[in-house]
Write a protein that binds this ligand. Structure first.
Ligand code: NDP
Length: 247
């Protein structure tokens, strides 16, 4: 397995859930981590705890992934501090599940902005650097909902299918360069993600589903570590992880 010592990883959405766990796991493997999200205090707490537990360097950069300038600045500051960008984890996302008939058009727009434009701005900001370095690894966090559509997930799924399409396109376009791409498709993971849902019908459906087995954020972080620690010529393009329902 390749060592991450001295490598630099940017993780968007590192202030909670899967992104936080990915940052912790990459740091444990020796990567310097750049923590990006809007909630700066949570990023600073995470940076402190990583510094207590590892010897890697951390950097906190308050970032709104929907803002192109923020994303460009995220990569620029990372390069200025660490001189290379080896890994970008496009993880930030929102899942505002709703029925189309309930017409939550502002939430549709928000999901497109964060889940699709955020990932695009990440690619835009990092790709020139990775191509110039002729090495790098982009991890895009899609979802099982990027492989199938559920009632209430039409728009969320549309954004996650888009993320997967971008991953697939990058794999084809970049296969003769040193830039690798991995699309991660988690099933249900226990995080803050569903807490932002406002559609009352969906909220009561979630109440009914209480007791179903979910994954932990760590389960997804380990698959990221697997992908980024393979030998340089191994391009792990897709990882899908679901929980068993065995109790
Ligand atoms: P959380 O709600 O715990 O984390 C979401 C993260 O995204 C937060 O750190 C949040 O940070 C960040 N974020 C949201 N909007 C923005 C923004 N505009 N700019 C920057 N950061 C933003 O959820 P998860 O950890 O579960 O979600 C992480 C990813 O995993 C998402 O892409 C999600 O779609 C995907 N996923 C999750 C699954 C699950 O069951 N949990 C299943 C499949 C995929 P802040 O608010 O501080 O900006």
């Amino acid at each position: 397995m390749a060592n991450l010592k001295g490598k630099t990883a940017i993780i968007t959405g590192a202030s909670s859930g899967i992104g936080q766990s990915i940052a912790e796991h990459l740091a444990q493997e020796g990567a310097n981590v750049v923590l990006a999200a809007r909630r700066k205090e949570r990023l600073e707490e995470l940076a402190k705890s990583i510094q207590n537990e590892t010897s890697v360097q951390t950097k906190v950069i308050e970032t709104d992934v929907t803002n192109q300038k923020d994303m460009e600045n995220l990569v620029k500051e990372t390069k200025e501090t660490f001189s290379s960008v080896d890994i970008l984890v496009n993880n930030a996302g929102v899942m505002l599940l709703s029925f189309l008939k309930n017409d939550k058009v502002e939430e549709w727009e928000k999901m497109v902005d964060v889940n699709v434009k955020g990932v695009l701005f990440g690619i835009h900001s990092v790709l020139p650097t990775m191509l110039e370095q002729d090495t790098g690894h982009v991890i895009n966090v899609s979802s099982v909902a990027g492989h199938e559509v559920f009632p209430t997930s039409s728009v969320y799924s549309a954004t996650k299918y888009a993320v997967r399409a971008l991953s697939m396109g990058m794999e084809k376009e970049l296969s003769k360069t040193g830039v690798r791409v991995t699309n991660i498709s988690p099933g249900a993971v226990s995080t803050e993600l569903p807490e932002h849902i406002t559609d009352e019908e969906v909220i009561s459906m979630f109440e009914d589903r209480k007791g179903r087995v979910t994954l932990e954020a760590d389960d997804i972080a380990r698959s990221v570590v697997y992908a980024v620690t393979q030998p340089e010529y191994v391009n792990v393009n897709e990882v899908m992880v679901r929980p068993l329902q065995k109790k």
